[in-house]
Design a protein around this ligand. Structure first.
Ligand SMILES: Cc1ncc(COP(=O)(O)O)c(C=O)c1O
Length: 332
């Protein structure tokens, strides 16, 4: 794989830490739980989109863009971080906000929505759930072009092959850290949403022949379509990076039973997971993504999916600003 040949901006100095979580490990009675602190990545408040944006923004700049357009849910971490990267690069940024849960958009809401305003989004356009978001972004792009601007569209979650390279690179970072520290990782658990994180990790862990199994915890979609989406995106990312190994379909594993009633809707297990991480390790998760992913990790531990004497790496993909918009859900 030849990531160094692909244009990239740098928004984080060095690697994010991999930390052992002794209190959580003891509380759950094993396996040994480690955490990849991607909540500590660069740009406003960190999180997984920062890695994807290193590649996506480099492409936007190479194409001479002066304006970025992207889309996400009402509390989108992706929109916050894309806007933050645009600010850093001196570009304007328009946000198309999908109200995935009816009547959930509120102009004055806290959390990421507050940050959209503070970071100076050029426009914030709420649209109903199910809207054709690509068509909506193209409409905004046409207006910008008509006014002499050069727009660049970043898809929801930054999850195209180029964005997924951010997590292919993260997989290589993890392998290098585990080699240096002597940590023998037996399993990786990550969030599986728009897919770039899970797909990039699959491409990187498989492409480097690590042999480490990975389970993606779905936060929205059902298992079968999500696995197909991840496999396709992982293949695309691997090819883009010059990888030659075909990814076997059974290397892509998604669990969907932790979604609960739907995307962003609370579950008892999510609330418990947020509280247990906060109260044993002082680590903040979010109710939409990492809270449900941690509920998945705990669920897998309870069903005996891991040997007690093994090392499991949980990928912390960020998202804590959304906590301030979901206080009741986090406190239960
Ligand atoms: C905090 C957080 N974790 C995980 C995810 C899911 O990552 P992906 O969209 O790459 O599947 C997101 C997506 O928005 C997120 O904001």
């Amino acid at each position: 794989m030849h990531l160094s040949k692909i244009a990239r901006r740098r928004y984080t100095k060095g690697a994010t830490p991999i930390e052992f979580l002794p209190n959580l490990t003891e509380e759950l009675g094993g396996p040994r739980i480690h955490i990849k602190r991607d909540d500590l990545l660069g740009l406003t408040s960190g999180g997984n989109k920062t890695r994807k944006l290193e590649f996506l923004m480099a492409d936007a700049l190479a194409q001479g863009a002066d304006t970025i357009i992207t889309t996400g849910a009402v509390q989108s971490n992706h929109c916050r971080l894309t806007l933050s990267a645009a600010v850093k690069e001196g570009l304007k940024c328009h946000l198309l906000i999908e109200e995935r849960v009816k009547d959930s958009y509120s102009e004055g809401a806290s959390g990421n929505n507050f940050l959209f305003h503070l970071l100076g989004a050029a426009s914030i356009t709420p649209v109903p759930g199910g809207t054709d978001l690509m068509a909506g972004m193209q409409e905004i792009a046409e207006k910008i072009t008509a006014n002499g601007g050069t727009p660049y569209i970043i898809p929801g979650g930054g999850s195209n092959a180029l964005g997924a390279l951010g997590y292919l690179s993260c997989a290589e970072e993890i392998l290098s850290q585990s080699f240096d520290s002597g940590l023998d990782i037996d399993h990786v658990v990550c969030s599986s949403g728009s897919g770039g994180t899970h797909a990039g990790l699959v491409a990187g862990l498989h492409g480097n022949q690590s042999g480490i199994p990975i389970t993606g915890i779905s936060v929205r979609a059902e298992k079968v379509p999500q696995e197909a989406k991840i496999l396709d995106l992982a293949q695309q990312a691997a090819h883009l990076a010059g990888g030659h190994l075909e990814i076997p379909a059974d290397y892509v594993v998604v669990r969907d039973e932790f979604v609960g009633p739907g995307y962003s809707l609370p579950t008892k297990e999510m609330t418990e997971a947020i509280q247990i991480f906060a109260r044993t390790e002082g680590i903040l998760l979010d109710p939409v993504y990492t809270g449900k992913t941690a509920a998945g990790l705990i669920g897998l531990i309870k069903e005996g999916a891991f040997d007690k004497d093994s090392d499991v790496l949980f990928i912390h993909t960020g998202g804590s600003p959304a906590l301030y918009a979901y206080q009741a859900e986090a406190l239960g």
